[in-house]
Ligand binder design. Structure first.
Ligand SMILES: [Zn+2]
Length: 417
């Protein structure tokens, strides 16, 4: 007859320990499996990972295992303590199925963590009749292991971006590896200050950092400064997406300001509902919207002039040669500075200040599109939405590494699908 113990020995077997017996709990809702040390096998010190002579035994502990046919499953085991000569201390033993800190078995943590990548953490907890906190523990275990065991290797290109995670300007700094073929999240930092971003360079180590060839970032001054300091050999490229986003913001300010001024002056509300017409690229508009846009462009408005400047700027990205691109950029800035539209002039000034970094995009032969960073950042936003419950920094950090870090996973005795 096939017994539970036989199955366990097939999928979750550890030399040095034996499954003694399986029984129902008194309420018949869970299965309890008693585990004991194999006769003659020595306990292993959890500090130095070497066998050591026994000292005493602690009270029985329950380790939660993967549920089975609608029953919760627990391994029951009394941990031994060893008198370790190497460590010169009485230390609790190390058991291969658990990490010593948590009540979940490693196998169950790996199992839950896999599901927590596909479902939200809350859904995972509900599906397996466990708590959100235990899903958190599971992900923390797997991510910690993954970060300790990941191989950084040669990193050619990185992208830096920030993401807002709570109201009141709470930001995370995210650093991605954006080499062709291996996009992954390398590092998460709290805030977007010089101190926090410096943490990335420290964590990666000089060896990895010194070999980076391309860095892609936005115009945030602390980023620019540290990249100059740490990656002086790398080609620093200003992220195209952010330039376009800033320009859209400027245009939107012009539109909002002009709309309310026209209202105050009692003029016809021609700019009403024009926001998306103006912000979207014209080739993405439907026929109807095209018609409305053409209509709008006949007016001599600041908004219209700002829109035309924004649309004209898009041509920059068509150039291949840095020389032609720079000619175009300079000419665009010159025109814009004469436009008497303050938000657009501000953009032109900023572009002039960062001219070299913008032109680096062309010097890098346009190989690095910020689209990779943008794509990863969108995934990061989806992850944030799925994992919260408690939107603390630690939760987000774990969730982001878990879903975007491409981290290695702890070995498993069996594929518990
Ligand atoms: Zn020891």
């Amino acid at each position: 007859m096939l017994q539970l113990i036989t199955i366990l020995n097939r999928c979750h077997r550890f030399p040095g320990f034996v499954y003694q017996q399986a029984r129902f709990s008194s309420d018949h809702k869970s299965i309890e499996i008693a585990v004991r040390p194999r006769k003659g096998s020595k306990a292993v010190c959890s500090r130095c990972h070497q066998p050591a002579p026994g000292y005493d035994q602690l009270a029985e502990r329950r380790f939660e295992f993967i549920p089975f046919w609608g029953f919760l499953v627990f391994l029951l085991y009394s941990m031994r303590r060893v008198d370790c000569r190497r460590c010169q201390a009485v230390v609790v033993e190390e058991v291969p199925w658990a990490d010593g800190k948590r009540t979940l078995t490693k196998a169950y943590m790996l199992f839950l963590a896999c599901w927590a990548r596909r479902l939200s953490w809350k859904e995972t907890a509900e599906a397996f009749r466990t708590s959100w906190d235990k899903v958190f523990d599971a992900v923390e275990h797997v991510v910690t292991w993954g970060l300790e065991h990941r191989v950084l290797g040669q990193i050619d290109a990185i992208g830096v971006d920030e993401i807002q995670y709570a109201k009141g300007h709470k930001y995370l700094t995210l650093v991605y590896q954006i080499d062709l073929g291996i996009p992954r999240l390398l590092w998460v930092g709290k805030e977007r200050t010089i101190e926090s971003f410096q943490g990335f360079f420290t964590a990666m180590g000089k060896d990895v950092i010194s070999k980076i060839v391309f860095v892609c970032s936005d115009m945030w001054e602390p980023y620019l400064k540290l990249i100059r300091q740490n990656c002086s050999e790398a080609l620093h490229i200003l992220d195209r997406f952010h330039i376009v986003a800033n320009m859209n913001k400027a245009l939107d300010n012009v539109r909002a300001e002009e709309t309310s001024r026209m209202r105050r002056e009692g003029r016809a509300p021609v700019l009403r509902k024009s926001r998306w017409l103006l912000l979207r690229r014209s080739e993405n508009l439907g026929a109807d919207q095209h018609f409305r846009l053409r209509d709008l462009l006949r007016y001599n408005l600041k908004t219209v002039r700002a829109y035309l400047l924004k649309e004209a700027f898009q041509q920059l990205w068509e150039y291949n040669s840095p020389a032609w691109a720079s000619k175009f950029l300079d000419e665009w800035c010159r025109q814009t500075m004469r436009s008497r539209i303050e938000p657009m002039k501000k953009i032109a000034r900023s572009l002039r200040n960062h001219r070299e970094l913008i032109l680096n995009y062309f010097r890098a032969h346009k190989l690095l599109s910020s689209g990779v960073v943008e794509g990863l950042n969108n995934k990061a936003k989806v992850t944030m939405r799925k994992s919260y419950g408690f939107r603390t920094y630690r939760v987000l950090e774990l969730a982001l590494y878990h879903s975007l870090g491409k981290l290695p996973e702890p070995d498993s005795t069996h594929d518990f699908f």
